[in-house]
Write a protein that binds this ligand. Structure first.
Ligand SMILES: [Zn+2]
Length: 124
């Protein structure tokens, strides 16, 4: 597949989003997709066990692995599930952008600019 552009993705979503074209439906689907990402992420530790997730307060000086709270590597099955859940989220984010007449590309460009300006002080 050649490089996928966000415009192509948004266009594809606009043709395929059939049952949830109303913005309220799209918003609830985004919320549902986010919940699925959370659940499948947690299930990597509590169900599969391929990851260990630790939720403790960390100091800024610890390694990036310690900052994420994740130890281990996603197994192929969990990776597939999480990729699918994130893909569903992206589908509905694209649908939301379409409903509001927004460009995902413009939003990403704006966000990159914010990140570059604020750096770690964006406090995200
Ligand atoms: Zn797993």
């Amino acid at each position: 597949m050649p490089d996928l552009k966000s415009e192509d993705f948004q266009k594809k979503v606009s043709h395929l989003i059939i049952r949830n074209q109303n913005v309220v439906d799209i918003l609830t689907k985004c919320q549902s997709a986010c919940s699925k990402i959370c659940r499948s992420s947690i299930k990597t530790a509590t169900g599969c066990g391929c990851l260990e997730i630790n939720a403790t307060k960390k100091l800024a000086s610890v390694s990036s692995d310690e900052m994420t709270g994740i130890s281990g590597t996603l197994c192929p099955e969990c990776r597939e599930i999480i990729e699918n859940e994130i893909g569903e989220m992206l589908f509905y984010i694209a649908g939301l952008c379409n409903a509001f007449g927004l460009s995902m590309r413009d939003i990403m460009k704006k966000e990159i600019k914010n990140i570059e300006v604020l750096g770690k002080y964006s406090l995200r």
